[in-house]
Design a protein around this ligand. Structure first.
Ligand SMILES: Nc1ncnc2c1ncn2[C@@H]1O[C@H](COP(=O)(O)OP(=O)(O)OP(=O)(O)O)[C@@H](O)[C@H]1O
Length: 255
């Protein structure tokens, strides 16, 4: 079974303590939302998980093996992959070539025919197969998000971390991304979804982790988390789009 065990992760930038001992455990094909106001530490935690930033303390185990001392490419090989808030599609490569890069980086002796078949199947699923020979730079922001999801699918890690996959995406592509997430999760993979779009988080996730000023202030089912006084306090005065979530403001709870 897939396990991700995060224990007491700490990170300071100068004297600024950005992660203050974050611990959580994911077991099996969970779909977990990681939320929190701007500056809460979500991206820093993601960068620590994928090895881009080394923590000052704490441990991370993936499927029982410690990954926090590893390089990012070793962590990707071990089975943890991510997308980025700002997409990193290769602009001077075609869409197909963009998909080949992660597959070949992970396994230089990968069967080319199988790789091409997989890439074409992924592009069809993401509804961008007609763009297979276009350069990355020719794609819209939303199409680049889809391409990045496709690249991650080529890597096919055990744990997928998706950083703001809906940001800047046209509503018509949202359904495709929802389907993508449900498919990956249905195939038994664990997903950590970071988004400020609360409606998507509350629709998709069965568990929420809430970060605030580097502390994990809540961890549980959305129905419980949304009524947690610490969470309501953290979001007080924050301009998130809470429509459709039922996440209460303090005024609403006191009304
Ligand atoms: N490289 C860095 N050097 C110094 N401070 C940093 C660095 N990276 C992040 N920070 C600070 O760490 C805090 C957490 O930032 P982080 O980007 O992790 O938050 P976030 O929850 O992802 O925010 P957002 O929702 O706005 O993306 C912020 O106060 C930020 O200014």
């Amino acid at each position: 079974m897939i396990t991700l065990d995060v224990k007491d992760i700490r990170k300071k930038f100068g004297s600024h303590e950005v992660l203050k001992g974050v611990s959580f455990r994911i077991e099996g094909p969970e779909l977990v939302g990681l939320i929190g106001p701007n500056g809460a530490g979500k991206t820093t935690l993601t960068n620590v998980l994928d090895g881009a930033i080394k923590p000052d303390g704490g441990t991370i185990r993936l499927n029982g093996t410690r990954i926090d001392p590893l390089h990012p490419y070793e962590i990707a090989r071990a089975g943890l992959g991510r997308t980025f808030q700002v997409t990193r599609a290769f602009r001077r490569m075609t869409v197909l070539e963009n998909l080949y890069v992660p597959a070949m980086a992970m396994d230089a002796s990968v069967n080319r025919k199988a790789m091409e078949e997989k890439a074409n199947e992924i592009l069809a699923f993401l509804t961008i197969d007609h763009l297979r020979n276009e350069y990355g730079r020719a794609l819209s922001g939303g199409q680049q998000k889809l391409l990045e999801l496709g690249r991650l699918l080529m890597l096919d890690p055990d744990v997928y971390i998706l950083d703001e996959p809906f940001a800047g995406v046209h509503p018509s592509l949202m359904a495709t991304i929802y389907k993508w997430i449900e498919r990956v999760n249905g195939e038994g993979k664990a997903i950590i979804l970071i988004s400020h779009q609360m409606e998507s988080i509350f629709t998709l996730c069965r568990r929420l982790l809430v970060l605030n000023f580097g502390d994990l202030i809540a961890d549980g089912p959305p129905a419980l988390v949304k009524n947690d006084p610490a969470v309501i306090d953290a979001y007080l005065g924050v301009e998130e789009d809470m429509s459709g979530t039922g996440l209460l403001t303090r005024e609403a709870t006191h009304a």
